[in-house]
Design a protein around this ligand. Sequence first.
Ligand code: GAP
Length: 461
Amino acid sequence: MNLEKMASFCKKKGFIFPSSEIYGGLAAIYDYGHYGVLLKNNIRDAWWEHMVQLRDDVYGLDSAIFMHPTTWVASGHVEGFDDPQVDCRDCKQRMRADHILEEFNIDADKASLDFINKELNKLKEEEKIKCINCGSKNLTDAKQFSLMIKSNLGSPVDTLSEENVVYLRPETCGGIYLEYKNMLNSMHPKLPFGIAQVGKAFRNEIVARQFVFRTREFEQMEMQYFLHPDAMDEKYEMWKDLRWKWYLEYGIPEEKLRWYKHNVLAHYASQAYDIEFNFSCLNSFKEVEGVHTRGDWDLSQHSKHSGADLTYTDEKTEEKFIPHIMETSAGLGRITLMFIDNAYTEEEVEGEKRVVLKLDKRLSPIKIAVFPLLKNKPELVEKAQEIYKTTKEKWMCEFDVSGSIGKRYRRQDEIGTPYCVTVDFDTLKDNTVTIRERDSMKQERVDISKIIDYFKSKLED
Ligand code: GAP
């Protein structure tokens, strides 16, 4: 499965569409269709359940996208949230210089522009690099390109005046730091505790055709854990372990995951590891989530720039200090792509190709599809409608009458529906239906009066 095939599958099956397609599209922006948003919401809920609902030490937050512009000066983003960019002089295609070097196994993560240009020039002399779009070797030197996206509040948008400038947040954690004090004063937590949120983030990414793996508008699921520095090592290991197990719990095989250790660290970080997944559509291991320490950098910077007291006083020891932070940060769109990539299966059934999304049932967009065997038999349609109405009160269900039963099974397989219920002529005699399971394709007869209990045991236990 390559990226082109993945994008075409996601579009055809109603998961993910290129944005603004009727106007020719908008680079690196995507929309989620019916099944895409259901899948994405289920993944978000699975993350929230583990990160907030099942914990006593993590609180939820939904902070605004716009924040006071000084937020991003304090965090260092205005000054230095850049990627090194190389342009093709012939077709104007933009490329990430560090990604070009990565292909030659040169680690340029957080490297200086001097280092990047030196390495690029060597490759240029050897005629080893060319434009990913037109193949030209006429490439510029690398220059820094800010990922921050500006907007204006309170003045006409056509005058991007500096005094009204606001930024679309490039990461959701900024809002967590700004609300740390309010959360402390309203929830009265004791250290260590976390604040979690899911929301949109925006980056003016240098586009390199990576479908939803790298987009300019995306969602992050982030948790910032506040603690005493002495507790850092223990809690860091705890969260690394918890986050790793989350992927396994939702069906990602361990052999498709690995840890990537950052060798070049931000000046405030002591440890930084990413969880990488082996994407078949990208033909390589790529980052899906970062688990990083951030020291006391964030709260110290916001305290310095705002003048607010962001210290914490330990009731027992009376020690007063700025809490240290470690974060878990994952991209929701990227993880949605990971789950589709992992679940996508092509197999042969009775001489025919079957495409099936073997998703964890809890993540499947549709849990149950209900069919009458024939659409022109009102008694079958009516009975199937009755079942559909009852089941959809509890789970996301679909009713389908079009095409042969085989075709309807195939359609549900492709979107990962774990169960299909068929009402046939025997149903009218003995009040039973056929329930067919997606992966094994096994069928069993179940009495209609027991259907809710049957699905409760299959979908909720
Ligand atoms: N607060 C830390 C932070 O934002 P990051 O490594 O820049 O760290 C964290 O982003 C996660 O967000 C990544 O592991 C990735 O899953 C996701 N992400 C980052 N940039 C993205 C983009 N342009 N498109 C989609 N997902 C992205």
